[in-house]
Design a protein around this ligand. Structure first.
Ligand code: MTE
Ligand code: CO
Length: 424
């Protein structure tokens, strides 16, 4: 923020004065200012105080208020030929805190949602092991060593449409291939230890039971370090869209490795070179060569409010809010600029700061209707700093779809409308 801004702190007193000026509040303390019309919303009975409401069990599985009906995942029609092999996006601009509600986690399927009866699901562990194993869901739920972990999952293609310039007008669409969920399950290590890996075991192949037979090779060190086999998200069973009844969690690594409807783990001594790691999910560089096995999601952030789908509505005090994350560990700092990256101010991080999890940040600021060019820049515990889009393009060119973690710019106009732009 510019120095002038910095010197104008948003105090509670200032807020009340500004709100009264805008007619939102008659006077501090609720007393009506003289000469003002009474507000019928306060003085008249409303339907909700005159009639009884529905009783318990009216909605045995609860749902949001009907006034929140617009808070939904959305897809972009022209991106994919159909909705079977497609993607939709988490409404980041309508959420707060760091946990993504189950019904709002973006979906990415290569062959639609598999519907699996849990009693008929099996997980096989085989290959370079002493003892090949098959688990039922009941077996897994009786396994000792259950854990709960909060992790973000980001699709490698998040931001992929923005490589050549600003394209999609909304942070739901530019950054919404991400969710952050509390998982319950068991460390993959416990299953692999149970099977007993042979000495030359170096790689693990994970396979899904859906019609795409999604398969990815994962280095054994990662599998043993922090991967999980999970059956619950945010306290309840996985949603079908997220891989019910069983999914693999690969913390900090690209989403396509988090195999859903997980049915097979094979141990080997080299990667399998499957379709999803040769033809897809490689990063084509400017000189025609490709980067392969680019597993980690580097540090990234985005201002979720204001953003194109959540413009500024009122002058005076406003809350800028956003998310930061890193696949290499915890976020240590987020800076925010309102002048296109000339001046930066430290954002206030609030809530738990956990490794490989979304982290929430805020800047309380005062807006008087001036143009703003809003950016955020994340730093993680390895010292890595989120690059600008130009810095990224210098190294990677524009042929790539995946791993775009460049700094996003939103242009807030004097009427509060907000647009996805780039500063050249
Ligand atoms: N696993 C299977 N079996 N089938 C799939 O299509 N899609 C992958 C991954 N795991 C996929 C899968 C991709 S590309 C991503 S980004 C994540 O799942 C998406 O997880 P989500 O649908 O829970 O958001
Ligand atoms: Co993906």
């Amino acid at each position: 923020m510019s120095d002038a801004r910095k010197d104008r702190p948003t105090s509670r007193r200032g807020f009340l004065a500004a709100a009264a000026g805008a007619g939102a509040l008659a006077a501090a303390g609720g007393a009506r200012a003289q000469g003002q019309k009474p507000d019928p919303l306060i003085t008249e009975p409303q339907d909700w105080n005159r009639f009884l409401g529905p009783g318990v069990d009216a909605a045995p599985y609860g749902k949001p208020s009907k006034f929140e009906a617009g808070v939904v995942r959305r897809h972009v029609g022209w991106l994919t030929a159909d909705t079977i092999s497609s993607i939709n996006f988490t409404p980041l601009h309508q959420l707060d805190g760091i946990v993504t509600p189950n019904g709002l986690c973006f979906e990415r399927h290569h062959a639609g949602v598999a519907e699996i009866e849990p009693g008929k699901h099996r997980l096989m562990v085989h290959g370079l092991v002493e003892k090949p194993l098959v688990f039922t869901m009941d077996d897994l739920k009786r396994f000792p060593g259950r854990v709960n972990k909060l992790y973000f999952l980001e699709c490698a293609a998040n931001g992929g449409m923005e490589w050549r310039g600003a394209q999609l007008n909304g942070c739901q669409f530019t950054h919404g291939m991400i969710h952050n969920v509390w998982y319950t399950g068991i460390p993959l290590k416990t299953l692999l230890d149970e099977a007993g890996m042979r000495n030359h075991a170096k790689w693990l192949l994970a396979e899904g039971a859906d019609a795409s037979l999604m398969t990815r090779s994962i280095p054994i060190e990662k599998a043993m370090k922090d991967c999980l086999v999970v059956w619950a998200m945010n306290g309840e069973a996985l949603r079908p869209e997220q891989g019910y009844p069983l999914r693999l969690v690969v913390p900090g690594w690209e989403g396509n490795m988090w195999i859903k409807w997980l049915r097979r783990l094979e141990i080997g001594d080299q990667p399998w070179q499957q379709r999803e790691e040769t033809s897809k999910y490689t990063d084509l560089l400017a000189d025609g060569r490709s980067r392969r096995f680019t597993f980690v999601m580097d540090a990234k952030s985005v201002v979720t409010n204001p953003s194109p789908q959540a413009p500024l509505r009122q002058k005076g005090p406003n809350v800028l809010s956003g998310l930061a994350w890193s696949g290499r560990g915890a976020i240590t700092r987020v800076d925010v600029s309102i002048d296109g990256g000339r001046n930066w101010r430290n954002a206030r991080i609030d809530g738990p700061v956990l490794p490989m999890s979304l982290t929430r940040f805020y800047v309380d600021f005062d807006w008087q209707g001036e143009d703003l060019l809003i950016q955020s820049r994340a730093m993680d515990e390895t010292g890595y700093v989120q690059p600008t889009k130009d810095e990224l393009r210098k190294v990677r060119g524009v042929n790539s779809i995946y791993h775009n973690n460049g700094i996003q710019t939103w242009h807030v106009k004097p009427n509060g409308e907000t647009e996805n732009v780039e500063i050249l």
